[in-house]
Design a protein around this ligand. Structure first.
Ligand SMILES: [Zn+2]
Length: 315
């Protein structure tokens, strides 16, 4: 099974990339360190729109950091971050914009990443996965042939309009010349709190749950599994100046990457390196369900973390 470890790099608030994206070493740097210690490549979707608001230098710094460590940079885009003459956004949802506007944004995003030293940009993930059919057209216009804009976990505030447009669910699938790698989901055994599906995100699944989920997907015949994370899953910002580690999620990433590195069934690959086969699966794999015991353990772990964080907060 091909496994894509993907990281969305979002900077929304201050333009302070050292804090918001790098977390003073606890964000991007931590992820790169864990992956490199285990020899696994990852794909970072970097929001290029930050360059229109805060200049290209910090975006280039992030791209250099990731590529310098041997990892892949692809395009991420939050319209709300863009500061472009004649363009306005109030929703931060790409699909709300018409096709020409989407195409303008994607084209600009590719240009910015190119200027920031990313030679080949072929992958795209919209902020909040807010992509629709127009997005696919805009992607084709700019050579973005590999997307990751589907996810059935509706509890995670995701806005994809593509889930039912592709012929195969929960595995790689193609429409026109765009091949899409969805963020993988399993059914939740605790839908009263999770909703129907839970996706493979570091902050969303416990370490045992994630491992069990990957094994189940592989046994179900899934050919491509995609895991999502964000630098901010590993720290939070205090007073807008300080980065505080989140040990629970740091442990989860360590477990996940160590497991993947030693798992013979996994071919961990980046968007930049992967060449999709001409023949893709023609039917959806059977739906798998998370292990109820592991899901309960995650709820308990989450509860303990919340209490600890409350107790450690200044009074
Ligand atoms: Zn994002």
């Amino acid at each position: 099974m091909n496994v894509f470890l993907t990281v969305d790099v979002d900077v929304y608030y201050t333009g302070n990339y050292e804090l918001e994206a790098r977390g003073h070493g606890l964000g991007i740097d931590f992820i790169l360190d864990v992956c490199n210690r285990h020899g696994l490549p990852s794909t970072f979707f970097v929001d290029a729109m930050g360059a229109t608001q805060w200049g290209e230098a910090p975006v280039k710094m992030i791209c250099d950091l990731i590529q310098g460590a041997g990892h892949d940079v692809q395009l991420h885009l939050h319209p709300n971050v863009a500061r472009i003459d004649g363009f306005e956004d109030t929703w931060d949802l790409l699909w709300r914009h018409d096709r020409d506007t989407q195409s303008m944004l994607l084209g600009l995003g590719v240009e910015i990443l190119n200027r920031c030293g990313v030679q080949t940009v072929n992958g795209f993930r919209a902020g909040a996965l807010a992509a629709n059919e127009d997005t696919l057209r805009a992607m084709q216009e700019h050579g973005l042939t590999l997307g990751s804009n589907r996810d059935r976990d509706l509890k995670s505030s995701l806005e994809s309009k593509l889930n039912d447009l592709f012929p195969v669910q929960n595995d790689v699938s193609r429409v026109g010349s765009v091949t899409d790698l969805p963020v993988s989901v399993l059914r939740s055994p605790i839908p009263w709190t999770d909703g129907t599906y839970r996706h493979l995100e570091v902050c969303a699944l416990g370490a045992l749950e994630m491992r069990d989920a990957l094994i189940k997907l592989e046994r179900a015949g899934v050919t491509c599994a995609t895991i999502l994370t964000h630098p901010k899953e590993f720290f939070y910002m205090k007073d807008g100046k300080q980065a505080i580690p989140i040990p629970k999620n740091r442990r989860r990433l360590e477990h996940l990457v160590k497991f993947l590195a030693g798992w013979e069934s996994a071919n961990v690959v980046t968007f930049g390196d992967w060449r999709p086969p001409v023949e893709l699966p023609s039917t959806s794999p059977p739906e798998m369900r998370l292990n109820p015991l592991f899901s309960m353990m995650r709820l308990i772990e989450q509860g303990i973390y919340r209490v600890e964080r409350k107790l450690s907060a200044p009074r």
